[in-house]
Write a protein that binds this ligand. Structure first.
Ligand code: ZN
Ligand code: ZN
Length: 583
């Protein structure tokens, strides 16, 4: 019945190796992998579904400091003063150093020398000119800046801010002792879970007294502690200013038994300290406070240096999910293949017993040769092993270098039959032709070709037929009495044929072609035993000619070398000897 692919199922064929060593290795490797998978699952909570945090942050800085500002006098700073004019979302700013220029009015005054070029006469100044660094627009006059220098006059807020570098030490270094309360509300939308960093257990007295040093969950921080934990020195950072990150990490486990959801604070400087030293260091900006004196608008200009604290919240929450667990288990199954890979590698290499390994791989791997890549096998009488040779259409078979050498595998059945035959001594007595009496006719035998070592081979036009029974010079195998007894003897061949086909007539068995083919088979069983898989045994030229001499074709025509797969030969063994390697 023709069958399509729909009604078929293919599955893999397995090889089971009975070995305590390999078995225990397999189980210990699998156990190790299982242990690894379980540890990874618990460690990384692979059985959980995760959701990222959504959060909002508000801050409140508290603290008071008194400073002495040059040209202004003593001044007390409270939260309103040092927090700067504006507050960003998720960040707060604390002024730590300041340059104050009081009572600026709209008017004309000399530009500061480090920005405007110094001048000698009015011709050096251009009316209406300005550049990025200017404080105002040039009027075109050259005026005295101080006793020594003259600079171009500008229309600007006068007097112009003179000092460039921030004062050292920082005027508001006392900000180190200011505190900040950080309020952080978080939410994990997937689990509908809400929490804040001020925990339900924290009450008023607790918040007033808690310190980060003793309690890592305390939501009130001293600015000096924050900067110190970020690896900086507050007094140094206060001079030029900078940016500090306050990182709040929420790593929550929302599983029933192990519920845990607490914030973890850490601090880091965000602006690069090293590059700050050279160009545009720190963090500063200007702001002004305006007032009107006698109808004239005046302003006090502040250049404020300070530290900006950015609060960043990140984290995730996990909760048991059956689907995640299944996905994780599925993704780890491939790890078990490592056991197979490792043990196969071990068997394949010489780490394991080489002999046993060879046995396993023969059982495990079934090699199929491409029809084009015809591998021939050759057996010489003066060599124990069987040589595997690639078929060549140019070089004579005798001269081709073997691709591999394999030990002879004895055909046990044939060997037993032969031995009992030889022991019973049925040898020469019953033979119609006495052995060794049929010398080849010197007229019909062609002269010896160069590749022949035994002096009995005949030249051939086919390179595959150019094979001698020997590798080195010596006696030919056909001159052995065994050759007569095992290959040529008619009574033996007839007995073999009758054994294979018990009902065949004597006339059928007596046909010379049948006997000839059977003799070839006898030779192969004798000399090759069981030939290696997917190889074609080749009978040496001398033997072929000796058999042909004994059982000649009436028309003198022979089909010559024709490689036949040994597997198919064995399959049709019971039918006839017809399909032989050489006919
Ligand atoms: Zn020869
Ligand atoms: Zn020979």
């Amino acid at each position: 019945m023709p069958c399509c692919g729909l009604c078929q199922y293919e599955t893999n064929k397995l090889v089971r190796i009975q070995s305590v060593r390999l078995g225990s290795m397999k189980w210990s490797l699998n156990g190790f992998i299982l242990l690894f998978i379980c540890i990874m699952m618990l460690w990384n909570r692979k059985y959980q579904e995760f959701d990222l945090v959504v959060s909002s942050v508000t801050t409140k800085v508290k603290g008071v400091a008194q400073t002495h500002l040059p040209g202004v006098g003593d001044m007390v700073w409270d939260g309103v003063d040092y927090s700067g004019p504006s507050q960003d979302k998720n960040s707060f700013f604390v002024v730590t150093n300041v340059i104050v220029t009081k009572n600026q009015k709209q008017g004309k005054c000399p530009e500061v020398p480090r920005i405007g070029r110094s001048c000698r006469t009015d011709r050096d100044c251009e009316r209406g000119a300005w550049d990025q660094q200017s404080h105002g627009i040039q009027t075109g006059s050259c005026v005295k800046f101080d006793v020594l220098t003259k600079t171009c006059e500008v229309s600007a807020w006068c007097p112009i801010e003179k000092k460039g570098n921030p004062p050292r030490p920082a005027l508001l270094a006392a900000a180190e002792n200011f505190t900040v309360l950080i309020k952080n509300n978080i939410r994990f939308p997937a689990f509908n879970f809400i929490r804040r960093n001020i925990l339900p257990t924290m009450n008023g007295p607790y918040l007033r007294s808690c310190q980060r040093v003793n309690d890592p969950l305390c939501p009130i921080f001293r600015l000096g502690d924050i900067v110190r934990e970020a690896g900086e020195k507050f007094s140094e950072m206060a001079i030029e200013g900078g940016v500090i990150g306050i990182l709040i990490k929420w790593e929550c486990n929302l599983d029933w038994l192990m519920q845990r959801c607490l914030p973890k604070y850490s601090f880091r400087r965000l602006d690069e300290k090293e590059s700050n030293k050279t160009l545009y260091p720190g963090l500063n900006f200007r702001y002004a406070k305006y007032n009107t004196v006698n109808g004239v608008e005046e302003r006090t200009l502040y250049k404020a240096f300070g530290i900006r604290f950015d609060v960043m919240v990140f984290g995730q929450a996990g909760k048991f999910s059956f689907i995640q667990l299944i996905i994780y288990i599925g993704s780890t199954l491939s790890y078990y293949a490592l056991t197979t890979i490792l043990i196969d590698w071990l068997i394949g290499t010489s780490c394991y017993s080489a002999e046993v390994g060879q046995n396993y791989s023969e059982k495990k791997v079934e090699s199929v040769q491409d029809k084009q890549k015809c591998i021939l096998c050759v057996s010489h009488v003066d060599e124990n092993n069987i040589l595997l040779v690639k078929r060549s259409l140019k070089k004579s078979l005798q001269d081709i270098k073997p691709t591999s050498v394999q030990p002879r595998k004895e055909d046990a059945g044939h060997l037993r039959a032969v031995l009992s035959l030889l022991q019973s001594g049925v040898g020469a007595n019953h033979d119609a032709q006495p052995p060794l009496d049929r010398k080849p006719d010197p007229n019909t035998k062609p002269c010896r070709p160069a590749w022949c070592k035994c002096d009995h081979c005949a030249p051939s036009s086919v390179p595959q037929e150019e094979l001698c029974c020997r590798r080195s010079v010596g006696t030919c195998i056909t001159s052995s009495p065994l050759f007569e007894q095992l290959v040529l003897r008619r009574s033996l061949l007839e007995a073999v044929l009758q054994y294979r086909d018990p009902l065949s007539s004597l006339a059928d068995r007596g046909q010379t072609a049948t006997l000839r083919h059977c003799a070839y088979r006898q030779y192969i069983s004798w000399r090759f035993g069981v030939p290696p898989n997917d190889t074609h045994p080749v009978i040496p030229s001398c033997c072929v000619w000796r058999v042909r001499e004994e059982y000649p074709s009436p028309d003198g025509q022979y089909s010559g070398f024709r490689p036949v797969r040994i597997a198919s030969m064995q399959a049709c063994q019971m039918e006839s000897c017809e399909r032989s390697v050489s006919t």
